[in-house]
Ligand binder design. Structure first.
Ligand code: ADP
Ligand code: MG
Length: 402
């Protein structure tokens, strides 16, 4: 069905076993979607800018089968919790937060299907992405659910349409005003490559990274209060800054994507203190992504790594979406031999640092970073080597569509 090798086969086997145990039959369709790392381009997606990201080698499987009647049963395979809801009117349930991502996708599929979806399903999902650690388990859940359910209901959807359905699920069912980065990275990832996305035109390219390089993710497990509120506030700050630059610049400004660093320097005084600092971050990040893609094309990994350090500094000073735990890991990485670059990855305010390095250095660097983190915070940060991997796809299909 798919020429690519089976990702995470032991998770897949467990998913099939649990599905059979729960529903007494095999699924009609199974889809897989990976998590993602953001490599360069922080908070640029919703500013219509550029991001370099990668799909990772852990992900989520979503298995589904048609059922009699219009009711849907959905089980989280880790928790072994099940919820039921009508196919045509899924409603967010605060007590089962995990179900809202799938219900949100279902709501989007209902809107995409002429006349709405007909008939219910039984579904179970299982993955190996650590939740809430900046690797985007939520988008992996949305994209695996979206691919599996679209196939089950015979709906042909372009990847960008599916990504938008996942984004709308986050906005409307999870209350997070995210951009499209997580979903696009999960869908378009390729082994050994970065995904370069222009979020204005939604044009996606892949950029070869080479085989002698990988990433080390360092999960601090820090999650500072009101993360989602801070994220949404940064978004509003960026929109307000774009409106200011639209007033003072001669050319059209629809988003911070249209503002250059020279524009920022010339006019930031009129915007004032914290608003000017917020705007500086996505403006600088856009320039760094374009420069970074050129450096990768020239095989200049050290130059690319320096841009990663600059990106983190911009987060720390301008956007203030870093925190002491992330800063400590990046500072330790900068002192550690073998590290090419390091920065926070994802929304910030906690979560993970992404480190660029050669695979031969990964074990030593991981040990140093975990030890230095433990000295400061009393427990090691959790490290994991990440290889850029293939993106979301349908894994198995018994041909049962309606
Ligand atoms: P991230 O996307 O960075 O992992 P989020 O807070 O956006 O963090 O999403 C994490 C949430 O997604 C979890 O709290 C849970 O509700 C849901 N989720 C994602 N994958 C799974 C899974 N395999 N099992 C249960 N819940 C999941
Ligand atoms: Mg998420």
């Amino acid at each position: 069905m798919n020429a690519l090798p089976m990702p995470n086969p032991s998770v897949y086997d467990e998913l099939l076993r649990k599905f059979r145990g729960q529903y007494g039959r095999a699924p009609d369709v199974v889809a897989y979607a990976p998590g993602r790392i953001e490599v360069l381009g922080n908070h640029t997606d919703y500013n219509e800018g550029f991001v370099l990201s990668a799909a990772i080698d852990c992900g989520t499987f979503f298995a589904a089968a048609t059922s009699a009647g219009g009711e849907c049963r959905l089980m989280a395979g880790d928790l072994m919790h099940e919820v039921a809801f009508p196919v045509r009117a899924p409603v967010a349930a605060p007590e089962h937060g995990w179900s809202n991502y799938v219900k949100g996708v279902l709501a989007g599929l209902n809107e995409a299907a002429p006349g709405g979806l007909k008939g219910g399903f039984d579904a179970l999902f299982l993955g190996n992405i650590p939740l809430g650690s900046g690797l985007s388990s939520s988008a992996a859940l949305e994209m695996s659910a979206g691919l599996a359910l679209a196939r089950l209901y015979g709906l042909a959807l372009e990847p960008v349409a599916l990504a938008r359905i996942g984004q709308a699920a986050e906005h409307r069912f999870a209350g997070v005003k995210c951009g499209l980065l997580d979903q696009i990275s999960s869908l378009y990832g390729r082994a050994g490559k970065l995904v370069e996305t222009d979020f204005r035109t939604l044009t996606v390219k892949t950029v070869p990274l080479g085989t002698d390089v990988c990433f080390l993710m360092c999960n601090t497990h820090a999650r500072h209060a009101l993360v989602d509120g801070e994220y949404n506030r940064r978004r509003q700050d960026c929109e307000a800054a774009a409106a200011y630059f639209a007033r003072v610049l001669p050319g059209p400004v629809k988003a911070l994507r249209d503002v250059t660093w020279a524009d920022w320097q010339a006019h930031q005084g009129g915007l004032g203190g914290s608003a000017a600092r917020r705007a500086a971050h996505p403006i600088g990040e856009n320039a760094r992504v374009l420069a970074g893609a050129r450096l990768l094309a020239a095989c200049d990994l050290s130059g690319f790594g320096r841009l990663m350090f600059e990106s983190h500094e911009s987060s720390r000073v301008y956007f203030e979406n870093s925190c002491p735990e992330l800063d400590a890991v990046v500072a330790a990485a900068a002192r550690t031999p073998g590290v090419l670059g390091a920065r926070l990855s994802g929304g910030g305010f906690g979560g993970s640092v992404v480190v660029l390095l050669h695979p031969r250095d990964a074990a030593d660097v991981a040990a140093v970073l975990a030890r230095e983190y433990a000295l400061l915070f009393g427990r090691p940060c959790e490290t994991r080597v990440i290889q850029p991997s293939d993106g979301a796809r349908v894994i198995a299909d018994a041909g049962t569509t309606r």
